[in-house]
Design a protein around this ligand. Structure first.
Ligand code: GLC
Length: 720
């Protein structure tokens, strides 16, 4: 259809029909999807009528090719205008083939692999009947108490922006109309949900506009610049107004300043939550604030369908606002080709062929090995072939390695660590015991574990957080491993044998009782469907780990938020001031994290030399070339992610002590040297000033190059 035909269609719709098009309901409300849950409960509680369902615009959380075709056909039999449903769902890091969680993907520093993961997820979802995914989540995160840090790619705006673009490219491809095995992306949660106070879901965010624009907004903008079709609002306030009713954020910034004219959907229930937030007396005021803020789709509450007809008829809301929302939704449906083919990519034969295919699982494996971070290794790893291994812990045989956003994945089909190690080491070389549960254990479990540990040459402890201890509503104030697991480490470590801890979890943990107790620590995150195989290949050295942290591991939760691109303060704690009291420091902990942004080890070592800068002067139209020589000084090949940081020594506002401006990957054989070359220009030095102007300042800049944000070579230049 062309735009005029869409406008003609809108003209034929009643006001109630148009308003219902703005309603998104979960699957159980729809004929053919009843098995997804109770129809009566939510419908009666929400005051949803059959007519509202008949005219609703989109369905949430339904997948399966044959079922989706049936649900769509049933809907079209009832909808008098022939308007098909949009099928939307959370395909965040995989559909049936589950990839590592995005925080792990970020640690790969590989946007090509990230794009590939989104492409695979899109293909599996599209052939299963899904049109739109609620991803990528690009919230910048600095607080590991927040359960949803696992959904983000970390604490750096530049790196998050690169990944945001890669995910959108993978989900949407080049032409959503022609490529039916792609899905429309929906960047979330707009905006700054990662800054929720106290690391608690749905909580207050209160930032200066400058901080918002400098750190939290770039990745959303990057996703939209890449053509992301939709935006989802966040649950939090921004400057005292919840995002879903925030005209300044949505109409002025998102739509007018950024020119976004796509579909804006609320998060689940966020429109009605304007009432408990305290900015709406009732559903009528909630509907008023949301539609005037420009929210097109109300997810899973009914303020619009209950209150907008009267608000429009009484003249309090201009019907044009409703019409523009309906048009945006119909334009998306049209772009997805749904008026010509309401089933789009839904195809049972293709579903059977591609979903969870070997090719897809191989892609998940590749990303899992590239996302697993070696955090410590006192010559414990890789495991030696002749060693007998005792594998102990609640994750030794667990399929709960898919993470909390894997609703359509299969934990029983996930490759578990014990099976993978047994396949690689041989049955006779591996013994397995649980040792304890995630949060509870028995003396018998512990005794069995100690028994096999005493018999083995080396020990691998597979520990971590159950997936419900992470993700949405998975916030923790104590981010250590559960005590029962710390006890297990204590008991095993007392045997004095080479011991490795592998962590399966969704956040940077406080590693007290772990890092100091064993000789090697491997951060596997939730590595996905092929996680056991990936971790096993890292442990035996079949793959040399190359991942680097994109979120700092705090020394303790008391430091939080702790992140690399912090400000210096007027009394920085310097090494030379170690005995000085009156500087910015703690009495009982260091200021620095246990493990910094960019950190990760390899089975080889790399030496950095000859950091050079093409000139020590930069002008607004010149480009500096920065280069460094890197040598593999170890005995195995390895991939080094060479990182470039700058520091603006004096700005119009305070500037971070480090800012990532680029990275280069070098794959080097033992003894081989390579040169990492970067370019720097004035545009990369711009930042938001106190008046929100975005520009650079002349003056001195320090350059830091190294394998993480802490251990670097240094140089400098002057921007004139
Ligand atoms: C949830 C999440 C959001 C998700 C939505 C639909 O509350 O906040 O990320 O996309 O509901 O499931």
């Amino acid at each position: 259809m062309n735009n005029q035909q869409l406008l003609d269609l809108i003209d034929k719709m009643t006001l109630e029909d148009k308003i219902a098009q703005l309603l998104q309901l979960a699957a159980p409300f729809y004929e053919g999807a009843e098995e997804e849950g109770q129809i009566t409960g939510p419908m009666e509680a929400m005051g949803i009528t059959e007519s509202m369902i008949t005219h609703s615009g989109s369905i949430l959380g339904y997948a399966g090719a044959a079922g989706a075709i049936e649900v769509q056909n049933a809907h079209l039999r009832k909808n008098p205008h022939g308007i098909p449903l949009l099928f939307m769902a959370d395909i965040v890091h995989g559909f049936k083939t589950i990839f590592p969680v995005p925080l792990a993907i970020g640690c790969s520093w590989d946007t090509d692999l990230a794009q590939k993961s989104a492409e695979v997820a899109a293909r599996e979802a599209a052939v299963s009947g899904i049109h739109v995914t609620f991803a990528p989540m690009v919230d910048l995160v600095r607080d590991p108490r927040w359960g949803r840090v696992m959904e983000s790619t970390g604490e750096d705006p530049y790196l998050n922006s690169l990944f945001a673009k890669a995910f959108v490219r993978g989900f949407q491809g080049e032409d959503l109309t022609a490529e039916v095995e792609r899905v429309a992306a929906c960047v979330k949660h707009f905006a700054a949900y990662g800054a929720s106070e106290a690391g608690r879901d749905y909580n207050t965010v209160d930032l200066s506009e400058r901080q918002l624009r400098e750190y939290y907004l770039p990745a959303y903008k990057a996703a939209l610049d890449e053509g992301c079709e939709m935006v989802m609002t966040s649950f939090n306030t921004i400057d005292g107004i919840p995002a879903s009713g925030n005209q300044k954020l949505m109409r002025k910034l998102l739509r007018e300043e950024w020119g976004f004219d796509g579909v804006l959907i609320s998060d689940w229930g966020a429109v009605k939550e304007l009432i408990p937030h305290g900015v709406a007396e009732d559903e009528r005021e909630a509907a008023y604030r949301a539609i005037t803020a420009g929210i097109d789709i109300e997810m899973m509450t009914a303020c619009y369908v209950h209150e907008l007809p009267e608000l429009v008829r009484s003249g309090q809301v201009d019907e044009a606002l409703v019409n523009e929302s309906v048009l945006r939704i119909l334009q998306l449906k049209n772009k997805l080709g749904l008026f010509d083919n309401p089933h789009r990519g839904a195809n049972p034969e293709r579903e059977a062929e591609v979903v969870y295919s070997r090719e897809h699982r191989d892609a998940a494996y590749e990303l899992a090995v590239r996302s697993t971070v070696l955090l410590k290794n006192d010559n414990i790893l890789p495991l030696q072939k002749e060693s007998s291994v005792a594998l102990i812990g609640p994750f030794a045989q667990s399929g709960d390695i898919l993470g909390p956003w894997s609703w359509s994945g299969s934990t029983e089909n996930a490759v578990k660590l014990d099976a993978a190690l047994r396949e690689r080491l041989g049955r006779e070389k591996l013994t397995v015991a649980t040792g304890c549960g995630i949060e509870e254990g028995t003396q018998e479990q512990l005794d069995q574990a100690l028994e096999i540990a005493k018999q083995a040459d080396v020990i691998v402890l597979a520990l971590g957080e159950a997936s419900e201890m992470s993700g949405e509503a998975g916030c923790r104030t104590d981010i250590r491993l559960p005590q029962i697991q710390l006890n297990l480490i204590e008991q095993i470590a007392a045997l004095g044998k080479p011991t490795t801890v592998v962590l399966f979890n969704g956040r940077p943990l406080d590693l007290h009782g772990v890092y100091d107790k064993v000789g090697a620590v491997v951060e596997a995150w939730y590595p996905g469907s092929e996680g056991g195989a990936a971790v096993a290949d890292i442990l035996i050295g079949a793959v040399n780990p190359s991942a680097r942290l994109t979120m700092s591991f705090p020394y303790s939760v008391g430091q939080v938020p702790v992140y690399y691109n912090h400000f210096n303060t007027g009394r920085p704690q310097g090494a030379e001031d170690a005995q000085v009291r009156y500087v910015s420091q703690y009495l009982d902990a260091p200021n620095t994290p246990l493990l910094p942004f960019g950190y990760g080890l390899s089975y080889t070592t790399f030496q950095y030399e000859s950091l050079t800068v093409s000139s020590e002067q930069m002008t607004s139209d010149s480009t500096l070339t920065v280069s460094v020589d890197v040598t593999n000084t170890g005995t195995v090949s390895g991939i080094e992610t060479v990182q470039l940081y700058v520091r603006d020594i004096s700005g119009e506002v305070v500037r971070p002590v480090r800012e990532l401006k680029g990275f280069v990957k070098l794959e080097l054989a033992p003894g081989e040297s390579g040169k990492a070359v970067f370019t720097l220009n004035e545009e990369q030095l711009r930042y938001h000033h106190s008046d929100l102007s975005f520009k650079s300042d002349p003056g001195r800049f320090d350059i830091f190059v190294g394998g993480n944000s802490r251990d670097t070579l240094q140089h400098s230049f002057i921007l004139s």
